[in-house]
Design a binder for this molecule. Sequence first.
Ligand code: DC
Length: 234
Amino acid sequence: MMNNTVAIAVDGPSGAGKSSLSKRCAQAFGFMYVDTGAIYRTVGLAALRRGIDRKDSEKISGLLPELSIELKYNEAGEQRMLLNGEDVSDEIRKPEVSICASDVSSLPVVRAFLMDMQRSLALRYNVIMDGRDIGTVVLPNADLKIFLTASAEARAQRRWKELQQKGIESDYLSVLTDIRYRDEQDSSRAAAPLRKAEDAVELDTTELDFEESFAAMSQLIIEKLCISPAVEEA
Ligand code: DC
């Protein structure tokens, strides 16, 4: 079947700015933004609530059929995650859920369970989809693949500020420790580990602020896809 939609895959480690940059580019170029980390976080939250060992494949596999996970967009165009009908979009951002998400995401049974959901969105809409394995596994034929990186310290600093702004208690060192834990686990797991696709363009944002990173990412989109921003930036 011909697929006429356009897909941009954005992968990289936690806190590299994938979500905020992808969201902004999606707005600017008229794409749908899909945050796949939020989907893994929703499964992680379900496991946490049930008190299930998040690395026990059999137990998690028993939990999956009981989960209804939906991705919705509100009027402001923000992605919301529903877990069995409940909006858990804010709860999944808590640091303890980040670790659970990383744990459950290393299970092949979880990755297989979420695959169709991700692919079917890209078949129906023009998407900018961010995650860890989008360019390598989920959308290997994406029209543009971007691998976003930054040093662990720069990423921890940004994530810590973000949590502070949201009023979520945390300290810089534990945020850095969490980031390192997830880097290690997300990159070393056997199932769809975090890695740069061979045909991905790497963008290191360690020394760039948000606007500079956005300009660099927009430039990649303009050059590779030969499109211009759909919405003039204010
Ligand atoms: O992007 P994030 O920090 O919200 O992702 C949460 C966790 O989910 C992350 O530690 C790894 C996992 N994840 C994944 O394995 N594959 C994806 N496509 C997206 C996220």
